[in-house]
Write a protein that binds this ligand. Structure first.
Ligand code: FES
Length: 111
């Protein structure tokens, strides 16, 4: 973790099942001291991740993660796992962060 960057070992997404086979978490939540709310990082595939700030674009309440949907309990807005509004009253998509893979780590650019 640095001022403008979060770095997560890619193994954080691994979750071996009882048979010892690799399965993967759909998402993980990460926090950075500069952000009021956590970031939800969805693993779309091994090379494709989406980092979304869990701040509702309507009036700023913290979102709850429900599978592939992000739900705001304040007034009922919903967002998909790419941050797009799927249900109002919010009319703006969520803030997203650029991500890139390097040395078995997923880096999230916070600027
Ligand atoms: S603050 Fe999220 S729907 Fe109003």
């Amino acid at each position: 973790m640095s001022e403008n960057n979060l770095s997560i070992p890619i193994t954080e997404f691994s979750e071996p099942n009882k048979k010892g086979n690799d399965t993967y978490r759909k998402y993980i939540l990460v926090k950075h001291e500069s952000l009021q709310y956590p970031i939800c990082v969805y693993r779309i595939s091994g090379n494709d991740y989406k980092a979304l700030w869990l701040r509702c674009s309507h009036q700023g309440a913290e979102l709850q993660v429900s599978g592939d949907t992000l739900v705001c309990l304040a007034h009922g807005s919903e967002f998909d796992n790419s941050g797009k509004v799927t249900n109002g009253p919010a009319d703006k998509d969520l803030r997203t962060f650029i991500t890139y893979l390097k040395n078995e780590h997923l880096n999230i650019v916070l600027k």
